[in-house]
Write a protein that binds this ligand. Structure first.
Ligand SMILES: [Zn+2]
Ligand SMILES: [Zn+2]
Ligand SMILES: [Zn+2]
Length: 493
């Protein structure tokens, strides 16, 4: 790996830096997965080999626990599952996801050692486990996991010390990476990617990490189970510059980000954006409202009013989340509408609580097929995100894509096509041209471009064609509103 090297990052321990200049969209490294497992909550809905969500899965006839799309997936996953399968059978049940992951890691360590490819920059032994930083409660939980691990681990296999098992659990705790489904829309499992563990955090990073399993449409067992991540540059990075990714969503206030980072990753963020509290003011700002009469100047909403509506929004967000968890989407819409009405002309269009409401409203209304209203909120949300996020932020690109589809669904072909093009430009950097989402987006771009041409020639023909297209739903991006996609980088407990 000639583009990156390990170095001692001042105040951060080990880190990675570029050894030569790279540009937006360049891949700094591809890191194959050391081991991964499906979340406990999704074991019956996701293939244990390719991690695709499936309506129908086939059980492993031996352990009755692992489930697969088909024979091909089962065969491809056998190397990883073989020992696990026997252990589950003799243990009588499958242990939790943490233990399953630790066991898969241990089996691989036994078989291949701590370094499994020449691209791997660190051994697992050298990774930080932060056991000494962990609060008492979490340590207790970890000890229970270690205990159960030892019960689960076959007596006949190579035995490991409590220390080395605890180390692996510690590493998983702070570096367990969320593995998403094939479209990157929902987290379905957790895995360990050794090189990624070396990339330090910055709230305004110069890289992004994306899971790309290669082309899933190819019926190729080689690619079928190969889970790998790519570290991609968001802009120009000079030789010698440290490579960083963000572990948390930038849309949080600097204080909240710092707290999350401390709690989960045990460090105090000293990045420039945290130190200067960059954009915190925008995220909590009040609206600047036009005067009622023309001669009156624009005025700022009073601080008290902004504070009052901000506090009200916090309450409403909680209510909304509850309704959403119950999949009571009509209730979600009702709560959001009520809140949005109060926020209007009081909170700025970059206020994060207002953005959150717009985002939910847009998504749920589009699910309920109120496309026109959904498009309005999607548009507002994109405008707000553009002012806050890095221009090549993956979340921004995904939001633009969804907003583009919503506009297309509402019949605003011109705006829709424009947004899809912008989203495509971002995703070419953050996801790359071979990612399934980028491919979908490319197809959408071509279709909307064709429709736009048609629209300009003959509006009537365009509208009747669109009606037909909507019935066939070729652009179904969101089967059901999902919880925020994959925002946090590593798994939160
Ligand atoms: Zn599969
Ligand atoms: Zn099995
Ligand atoms: Zn920071």
């Amino acid at each position: 790996m000639e583009i990156v090297e390990v170095f001692d990052s001042p105040g951060k321990g080990r880190g990675l830096r570029a050894t030569k200049e790279v540009w937006a969209g360049d891949v700094l490294f591809a890191d194959p997965c050391f081991a991964a497992v499906v979340f406990d909550s999704l074991v019956a809905h996701v293939c244990h080999s390719c991690f695709r969500r499936q309506a129908k899965l086939q059980r492993c006839g031996q352990c009755r626990f692992a489930q697969y799309c088909d024979r091909t997936c089962q065969r491809a996953g056998w190397v990883e599952h073989k020992q696990e399968c026997a252990a589950i059978k003799s243990y009588g049940k499958a242990p939790n996801e943490n233990i399953r992951l630790a066991a898969r890691i241990m089996w691989r360590l036994n078989k291949e050692g701590g370094v499994v490819s020449d691209m791997q920059l660190t051994t697992l032994d050298d990774l930080e486990d932060h056991l000494s930083d962990m609060p008492e409660m979490d340590l207790k939980e970890l000890k229970v996991d270690v205990h159960n691990f030892l019960d689960f681990w076959p007596r006949t296999g190579k035995q490991h010390t409590v220390e080395s098992i605890s180390h692996i659990f510690g590493v998983i705790n702070c570096n367990g990476f969320m593995v998403s489904d094939q479209k990157g829309l929902q987290a379905v499992g957790v895995g360990l990617f050794p090189n990624l563990c070396l990339v330090n955090h910055d709230c305004w990073p110069n890289c992004t990490v994306i899971l790309n399993n290669g082309n899933h449409s190819t019926i190729n067992t080689m690619y079928h189970t190969q889970k790998r991540i790519e570290l991609r540059a968001l802009g120009k990075i000079s030789a010698g510059e440290e490579l960083t990714v963000s572990y948390v969503d930038y849309l949080n206030l600097s204080e909240d980000r710092k707290q999350m980072l401390k709690q989960q990753y045990f460090f105090d963020c000293t990045c420039e954006h945290c130190t200067k509290k960059t954009k915190d003011d925008l995220k909590m700002a009040g609206a600047v409202v036009d005067g009622v009469q023309v001669e009156l100047p624009r005025f700022k909403c009073s601080e008290e009013k902004v504070k009052e509506v901000t506090e009200y929004s916090v309450e409403m967000l909680k209510k909304m989340e509850n309704a959403r968890l119950e999949a009571n989407y009509n209730e979600v819409v009702k709560i959001c509408r009520e809140c949005v009405e109060k926020q209007e002309n009081v909170l700025a269009d970059t206020h994060i609580y207002q953005l959150k409401m717009w985002s939910t409203l847009g998504e749920v209304l589009s699910y309920l097929q109120f496309f026109e209203e959904a498009a309005t909120y999607a548009r507002k949300m994109v405008d707000g995100y553009v002012k806050l996020y890095h221009p090549n932020n993956a979340q921004l690109g995904m939001t633009m894509m969804r907003a583009g589809v919503t506009h297309w669904q509402a019949g605003h072909i011109e705006v829709g096509h424009g947004m899809i093009c912008k989203a495509y430009a971002v995703l070419m950097v953050t996801h790359g041209s071979t990612h399934p989402i980028t491919k979908d987006l490319e197809a959408m771009r071509n279709q909307t471009e064709m429709e736009l041409r048609m629209f300009k020639q003959n509006e009537y023909v365009y509208h009747s064609m669109r009606e037909a297209a909507l019935k066939n739903q070729p652009m179904k991006m969101m089967a059901e509103p999902v919880e925020e996609g994959v925002k946090g980088l590593f798994r939160k407990k």
